[in-house]
Design a protein around this ligand. Sequence first.
Ligand code: PEP
Ligand code: MG
Length: 606
Amino acid sequence: MQKQRQIKAIGTSEGIVIGKAYIFSPIAGECFGVQKIKISKEQIDNEIKRFEKALNKTRDEIEAVRNEAAKKAGLKHAQIFDAHLLILEDKVFISQIKKLITEQQQSASAAFCSVAKEYLESFEGISDKYFRERTADVKDVFRRLHHNITGKKKKSLAELKSDVIVIAHDLSPSETATMHKERVIGLVTEAGGPTSHTAIMARAMEIPAVTGAHNITEIIHENDFLILDGSEGIIIINPSEKQIAEYKHKQQIAIERKVRLLTTKDEPAVTTDGQRISLLANIEIPEEAEHAINQGAEGIGLYRTEFFFMNRNDLPSEDEQYEAYAHVARACGDKPVVIRTLDLGGDKFASSLNIPKEMNPFMGWRAIRMCLERTDIFKAQLRAILRASEVGNVRIMFPMIATVQEVRAAKKIVEEAKKELRNEGKTFNENIQIGVMIEIPSAAMIADILAEEADFFSIGTNDLIQYCLAVDRVNEKTAHMYDPLNIAVVRMIKLVIDAAHNVSYTGGKCDNSIECPFAWNNNRKPIKVCVCGEIASEPILAYLLLGLGIDELSTASISIPQNKQLLRASSYETAQNAAAIALRRYNSNDIKDLLIKQILNLNLEK
Ligand code: PEP
Ligand code: MG
């Protein structure tokens, strides 16, 4: 058993769990989690033999596949496997691995991993696209070879037999979506910040999680006993009895607090001076809707439909989508359900779409950009949403809007879908509301223009912060720079809220004067603004958003009771005054201190 050790990383999904580690990282190669433990001199021969045996076995396997392919598809198609076999004949590759085993006393698995890693890195650096793409073939051979070295079966998170804390380099959305939810009691990943898909899914599933934990797959061993504190971002390896008792106590307090919060979950979030904020839920899969309503959600503020397109090899049909959307609509009764159209791309991919790998996926061919080109996919989704609007209070929302032209083009396709449905005699809500996500700075800057096109706004701060500050939201190395309290972000949010409400910074109607830099159209009716990014679930930020004039907050269900308690204890006027001061502070630590002070003054236990 290794020594006791404490590691601090990014707390991304609250809660404390205590349990055994399970190392899992297949998506980034088979090597994460392989420990570099020195073997004894006596073991060297055995490890060399193990490696040679694995080489032979892999060669036999590939030859068998090659012969099968030659029979079924002809010799030409089987030639790809000749290239695979060549990798296994590579003398330099083989001798490097043997050298590490004999000279550095590494296990066959560890030696293979060191050499394979170098090979893959050099392949990825090649500028020629054809050769770069062959990396996938090399990875395939490497994976097969490593399985044969270790003799282990590929791990799966769907078939766990006991409760575990999963330790991984990263998890793909499909791995997260298909994991055994009762067995995975906690999650730790090396990659990802607080707004990565893994973090978002962990919060949705209420699984405590820590991300951005460097080298954790090498530090933690399988079956190590762990404490994981997802609120503080702490992992304790092999804790003392005292620490276990301390964290069990904290766990108990958290459970009691949760139970207490749930007693007022159905009361509205009205501030002490009468300002009403709607608290909605973010969901990723339809089955979450019932749970959201049970947590006191006043509707669904963001249904991320892309999860429906991932984790499968084909596209969902219109009918399949309709069933899913109608399920959510039914579960919510007359409460609003905001269905966001496909936002694939960034860190969310669908294998059926074959989206090519891009240099900057967050800024590439994603979301509405893809939908406006793949109108077949877009229209099928819109038709399904429109049909579901018959069942409940369904609304449409477009993600990643950068220009007003995109909104108009997307609305045009909504009109086409409506026309088709009318012609087919299918019913839907003719006046379905259409919202726009404000998550690109260009959209924030033209919020007054977009407000003429939209029935509501939803500020996607996860993306808005990354684009405003040019800080990758999933890169753990830049996570410390991803600052929601940066004054530029706070002002951008304020700008959007004021534009939507059709008021100037000074609170009155805008009249083109010098205090009112943007020429709002005074005749336009105000529209509501929601924040559906992860910041809405952090108490100090929820308080700031109240002060900035937000109408709605949409968060993971778990945060709704806590937000309700916070808002019900707050005075809108005091929050507005605090926000007015925050808008003039240049240092985010000052803003943070100011907000913490305000929150500490609240009587939360009322
Ligand atoms: C956002 O960007 O804030 C948002 C809610 O969308 P997503 O996290 O799915 O990109
Ligand atoms: Mg977004």
